[in-house]
Write a protein that binds this ligand. Structure first.
Ligand code: NAG
Ligand code: NAG
Ligand code: NAG
Ligand code: NAG
Ligand code: NAG
Ligand code: NAG
Ligand code: NAG
Ligand code: NAG
Length: 395
């Protein structure tokens, strides 16, 4: 590493925030056009594809992925531990977390526990670290998701995956160290049973939940973090303390992609299953009008926002705020995304125009790890690694 880093919520973040307030928002730009096919300084490459064979015992499923990505996984975990130790010096806290994580593992249901054990075994990473890596996304993911329908009734679903907020600001590079280190871990996955593809996803190697995925011909799904007082921290704490009546959101999305066969069934499961942490689920179906954003508290669905083509609602944009509330004034990615989709118009909607929207700052920002584009027809997915050169919003 060697780069100079600052731990967690640091002076640098506070200064950046202050600069944003004083300067208005210097990072806005006009809606981008013709950025697709991806090229230029905001594009950092494609990602490799792996088949995950669900007919194998869970312990063996991730061997190929982890053989290739073990070094990168260990690097990011090492960095996270260093950051935590800078914040809680002495190393006691991270030892404590590591120990708790191993205990936590024994309470995870099949097949998740076995898959995590297999990943630790293949990669040689510390078991507690692999568990932590799988818990992480319940807390630090800020994203933009779009589900939209074109004039012919075809559905598209896309997202920017923004990750690593407050996880080590690299002053020299002016980038988030964890965000940078996650890029080489991004993989496209094809989950098969009986040699048939059940679903595809874009993911981080070592993470067994699902952040974005498509079940060919049936539905598309992404999840975004929802900040709330009764947030992930509390649920995870309760889980550690033994109150285990909620499900990890990443494991719920995985279960839905693996075992739900229709849009309606997926919607029902995502709306009703008790969760550890609040979340937004963005779901697209396979016919006109099938698209929604489900706003979840831990216990219940607070709101289901559906596409409504007749009323002119042909797209839905979700970032990390309830749709009935204004976004945090420092972090308004929602209005720029909506503005650009409005400008695109339904007639011109396609994966390439959606890529334009997701390439416009600050929808694209320094936390953006990758962009995933999906179409339910044929279960099409494309994932591109991203970079946001200066001037660029830190989130
Ligand atoms: C800056 O980031 C690039 C990747 O974008 C990395 O290769 C390089 O090592 C980083 N530089 C420092 C000083 O960390
Ligand atoms: C993209 O096209 C729209 C509509 O034609 C235009 O308003 C906008 O300024 C263009 N953006 C850029 C960056 O050229
Ligand atoms: C991985 O599993 C194999 C067989 O189950 C076992 O022999 C080996 O010791 C394990 N390795 C690690 C690092 O846990
Ligand atoms: C999957 O295909 C391979 C050959 O491509 C075959 O050897 C294997 O038996 C098949 N597995 C199943 C479960 O059908
Ligand atoms: C999906 O269902 C199968 C069969 O009931 C089960 O073995 C598997 O564990 C389920 N998958 C998940 C991720 O829960
Ligand atoms: C949409 O999904 C349902 C449930 O999986 C399926 O029965 C139907 O054939 C699908 N329709 C299309 C057009 O793919
Ligand atoms: C987008 O267009 C809709 C309907 O024309 C309008 O209600 C909405 O305010 C527009 N949003 C933005 C951000 O321009
Ligand atoms: C759609 O895009 C084409 C060229 O890319 C442009 O000529 C046309 O005006 C656009 N249509 C709308 C409705 O914006």
């Amino acid at each position: 590493m060697g780069a100079r880093r600052l731990p967690l919520l640091s002076a640098a973040c506070a200064l950046l925030a202050l600069a944003l307030v004083l300067a208005g928002d210097p990072y806005r730009e006009d809606c981008r056009n013709k950025t697709y096919p991806p090229s230029g300084p905001t594009y950092k490459g494609n990602v490799p594809t792996y088949v995950i064979n669900l007919d194998l015992p869970p312990y063996k499923r991730w061997v190929n992925v982890m053989n290739d990505k073990k070094t990168e996984l260990k690097n990011v975990m090492k960095n996270i531990k260093t950051l935590v130790n800078e914040f809680f010096p002495g190393g006691k806290f991270s030892d404590f977390v590591e120990g708790k994580m191993v205990q936590l593992l024994s309470s995870l249901p099949h097949p998740f526990r076995e898959e995590i054990e297999g990943i630790a075994n293949t990669s040689g990473a510390v078991l507690g670290d692999v568990v932590l890596f799988n818990v992480f996304y319940e807390i630090f993911t800020v994203c933009t998701s779009v589900v939209a329908e074109d004039k012919t009734g075809k559905l598209y679903h896309a997202r920017n995956l923004d990750f690593g907020l407050f996880l080590g600001w690299d002053i020299k590079n002016s980038s988030w160290t964890v965000t940078q280190q996650l890029k080489p871990l991004v993989v496209a996955l094809e989950f098969q049973r009986n040699n048939k593809t059940l679903f595809r996803s874009a993911n981080f190697a070592g993470y067994i939940g699902m952040l974005s995925g498509v079940r060919p011909g049936a539905f598309t799904l992404t999840m975004n973090e929802r900040f709330s007082i009764d947030g992930g921290y509390l649920g995870i704490l309760e889980w550690i303390l033994g109150k285990r009546d909620g499900m990890w959101m990443g494991f719920l999305t995985r279960t839905v992609l693996e075992n739900s066969t229709s849009y309606e069934e997926a919607k029902e499961k995502l709306a009703k299953t008790r969760l550890l942490a609040p979340a937004y689920f963005i779901l697209g179906g396979n016919k006109s009008g099938q698209g929604c954003v489900i706003t979840r508290s831990r216990a219940a669905s607070l709101d289901i926002w559906d596409l409504d083509i007749k009323q002119g609602t042909w797209f839905l944009v979700e970032t990390n705020y309830d749709r009935w509330k204004p976004p945090l004034f420092l972090d308004n990615r929602r209005d720029p995304a909506k503005k650009c989709l409005n400008q695109t118009k339904q007639e011109n909607l396609s994966l390439s125009t959606i890529y334009d929207v997701l390439s416009t700052k600050p929808v694209l920002n320094k936390l953006t790890v990758c962009t995933t584009l999906m179409a339910v027809d044929g279960g099409h997915t494309e994932t591109y690694l991203r970079e946001c050169p200066e001037p660029c919003s830190p989130w």
